[in-house]
Ligand binder design. Structure first.
Ligand code: C5P
Length: 253
């Protein structure tokens, strides 16, 4: 059997050439990393959960008219996506103070913000994804003014959708990160939500107890990451029936 072509390998995912032009296969690994790769581990089943959860959120976004790169899930760890040109920015939306913003501004985590705050970081691992302003983005040509208007609108629509969905299952959406890609339809181009939306890229707290159900469980050693992600999947009803074991299939000799 011919080996498929690997296009890109990141910390948590691999992109392979897709079956048709303009498509890619996005494979979710079990690798967990934090603090720009300083902390690393392999968490059995994380890739399976994130594949399912990202499918759930991206499908919902597509349904309510927020365009994404997602086409369909292929199997436990892979999904078919549209190939796009990734804008080199991490777009962060915050509803409550937490993480780097709480630290930077000396705020207590969990304080509700007066309105959603959107931040941009340059996607550059070597530099540790530094926070940048729209001035930097315009001056260095990382995105045009039209792109920035579209990115802001996409980010806020994702925030409204995700906040509502999570609220419905008793979870506060503290903050999240998205990536945005450019797709070409003939002579036209448009921006779509790309990469993944999962507990790896969101902060999710239980409304009643403030229990963390996201990657901070790994970053801060707060217990089992699989349990936290499974709880999110269970509440949303996206756990595959009978898929209690997330272990990888074993080779039979
Ligand atoms: O670390 P920070 O507070 O800036 O993160 C804000 C949000 O963006 C968090 O939900 C975090 O999980 C997400 N994020 C991410 N990938 C990064 C940086 C942040 O998914 N490289």
């Amino acid at each position: 059997m011919a080996r498929r072509k690997k296009i890109y390998e990141g910390k948590a995912k691999i992109l392979y050439e897709g079956p048709e032009p303009g498509t890619l296969v996005q494979y979710f690994k079990d690798d967990a990393t934090a603090f720009n790769n300083v902390k690393k581990d392999v968490i059995d089943g994380k890739g399976v959960l994130n594949n399912r959860l990202s499918e759930y959120f991206m499908t919902g976004l597509n349904t309510v008219g927020v365009p994404t790169h997602f086409i369909r899930r292929l199997n436990m760890r892979e999904q078919l996506v549209r190939s796009c040109e990734i804008i080199p920015l991490e777009v962060i939306v915050r509803n409550y103070a937490a993480g780097t913003m709480a630290k930077r501004l000396g705020m207590e985590e969990g304080v509700q913000l007066p309105r959603p705050i959107v931040e941009y970081c340059l996607k550059d691992d070597k530099l540790g994804d530094p926070l940048v302003t729209e001035e930097h983005i315009a001056a260095f040509g990382w995105a045009s003014q039209q792109d920035m208007d579209d990115i802001l609108s996409l980010a806020l629509r994702v925030n409204d959708f995700m906040s509502g969905v999570m609220y419905g299952v008793g979870i506060k959406l503290i903050d999240f990160k998205i990536e945005v890609g450019r797709v070409f339809d003939g002579d036209f181009q448009r921006l779509v939500v790309a990469d993944e939306i999962s507990p790896d890229s969101c902060r999710l707290w239980d409304i009643e107890t403030d229990r963390k159900l996201d990657k901070d469980v790994f970053r801060r050693d707060l217990g089992s990451l699989t349990d936290a992600y499974t709880e999110v999947a269970r509440r949303l009803g996206v756990m595959p029936k009978g898929a209690t074991s997330m272990a990888k299939p074993k080779l039979i000799n």
